[in-house]
Design a protein around this ligand. Structure first.
Ligand code: ADP
Length: 487
């Protein structure tokens, strides 16, 4: 009754707390965006379940901390092995639950899940150190001490991938974890808890509480027993979490939305620029990093727009399990309506829909056509707010200064893409762009060692490499006097 068979896996629909399964009296439905079918009735947690999970994580903390990076690393590598051994079913389950392309889950996302675990385990073992330096003969020794229980709150657009981007460093740092996955995509996190058990990770080190943001999520971030909150999601939710965190002064790491620019200079390789622009429809536009504002030099705007429309028209939309599909469904009816609302309001306020502009009537369900909005009024909603769907807007510019001004003209600062034929010019352009990550003539090249996060309203803090440990650990400096030293 508490387990369902999906994609060749047994998926437990209860919370994973202290190495055991715990059901709530109430449940919520996990619905597949592919066809609207109900996949599972999942336990709907609240304050009581959160408290049990935090207590379990606190109880497990001292032993996990004392295991040290090597001891933890061995278990984490075993966990990564198990992810790899279950790669195909995990990929299929994730596609059923969130509707993203099966082939990218198989080839990119799930291998990356295993990598997230391995990479940070190895970093803690081999690369987390600082040279000792001296102050008047005294040695400064920096260490990264485990800090306690990390509360992780994650979104639905890349569920297990974004969860493990936090779980990996948190566990490697010696923290124990309570994860609250997004209510639209609760399933792979549950399987991951089983894999953690199977890998021999001690009971209570990794816990999952399922449920809604306003219930389980809110209870978790307000809990006085947690040491860290890492959250990926929307700005309004981040504000609610920051308020809750304020009471206990819990440190937060936020990775929030974006309205990133994709700048096409007049000397750009247009074929490359068009290819990169089309990539912004990946994951049906449900990507925080997407360059959703195409800022194109006026000298090449017409040629770019024509070639872009042709390439976008050739995109194949359909069932995300099919190999040829390039754009799948939106996650949920509520979300599709929200995306469409942005487009219809843009149309009503005088912008022109160059192509797309509504649901895919042939496919029905949650499929939204790749859309391009042009001629929108400066500062209008469609040019400043995050849509999180397959909706791009195009503007033109005439000088590089204007491009930078337009690019920086939103409250976000997550990423930017610059397509430009000249390195020195690209360096001038990127110098004043406000963004956590800038890609020049490329997109989505992400190294786990690199800092990742957003500026302005796109986030607080950076994760990746040592930056992750700076957040999850208590960084400590111990100063040793030389032998025989007298004050
Ligand atoms: P979206 O609007 O894209 O669903 P959210 O930021 O609302 O993004 O959701 C991201 C995650 O935050 C989800 O796991 C959700 O359950 C959780 N969440 C939503 N509201 C709260 C809250 N008040 N406190 C803690 N977590 C929340």
């Amino acid at each position: 009754m508490h387990q369902v068979q999906l994609a060749g896996l047994t998926v437990d629909t209860r919370h994973a707390i202290g190495g055991e399964r715990l059901a709530s009296a109430e449940t919520f439905d996990s619905i597949s965006p592919i066809d609207g079918s109900i996949l599972a009735h999942v336990s709907r947690g609240g304050a009581a379940e959160v408290d049990a999970a935090v207590q379990a994580a606190r109880a497990a903390f001292p032993a996990w901390r004392d295991l040290g990076p090597e001891g933890r690393g061995e278990l984490l590598h075993r966990l990564a092995d198990l992810v790899e051994a279950n790669l195909e079913p995990l990929a299929n389950l994730e596609t059923l639950d969130n509707g993203s392309l099966l082939r990218s889950h198989l080839r990119g996302v799930m291998p990356r899940v295993a990598m997230n675990i391995r990479f940070f385990a190895d970093w803690a073992m081999n690369r987390l150190h600082h040279e000792v330096w001296q102050t008047r003969g005294h040695d400064n020794n920096v260490s990264w001490d485990p800090s306690g229980v990390a509360a992780l709150i994650t979104p639905w657009n890349a569920p297990l991938m974004l969860a493990t981007w936090k779980i990996g460093p948190a566990l490697a740092a010696g923290d124990t974890v309570v994860l609250k996955p997004a209510e639209w995509t609760p399933l792979t996190a549950s399987v991951f808890a089983d894999l953690a058990n199977e890998a021999g990770i001690p009971a209570g080190v990794f816990n999952v509480v399922q449920g809604f943001g306003a219930e389980a999520g809110a209870a978790l971030v307000a809990h006085p027993g947690i040491a860290r909150i890492s959250f990926t999601g929307s700005v309004p939710t981040a504000k609610a979490i920051a308020r809750a965190a304020a009471d206990n002064l819990t440190p937060v790491s936020f990775e929030l939305g974006g309205k990133s620019p994709l700048i096409v200079a007049d000397d750009a390789d247009l074929d490359l620029a068009v290819g990169l622009a089309v990539e912004q429809y990946d994951n049906a536009g449900q990507v925080c990093l997407s360059g959703t504002r195409l800022l194109v030099h006026e000298a090449v705007a017409e040629r770019f727009a024509e070639a872009f429309a042709a390439r976008a028209a050739a995109l194949r939309q359909g069932d995300p399990r099919e190999e040829e599909t390039q754009i799948g469904p939106q996650i949920h009816r509520v979300h599709l309506d929200r995306v469409d609302g942005f487009v219809q309001r843009a149309r009503e306020s005088g912008a022109r829909i160059a192509f797309g502009g509504g649901p895919n009537e042939e496919l029905g369900g949650l499929y939204y056509r790749p859309t391009l909005v042009v001629d929108a009024a400066p500062d209008s909603e469609i040019l400043t707010a995050e849509v999180f769907g397959p909706v791009l807007a195009m503007q033109t510019f005439s000088t590089d200064e204007e491009a930078v001004e337009l690019a920086n003209g939103t409250e976000f600062g997550l990423a930017a893409v610059v397509v430009c034929g000249d390195r020195a010019r690209a360096e001038r352009l990127t110098k004043n762009l406000v963004a956590g990550t800038i890609w020049v003539n490329c997109f989505f090249v992400r190294d786990l060692a690199a800092p990742f996060g957003g500026s302005k309203k796109s986030g607080i803090g950076r994760e990746g490499g040592t930056w992750s440990f700076d957040f999850y650990a208590d960084v400590k400096n111990t100063v040793y006097a030389p032998t025989g030293w007298k004050e």
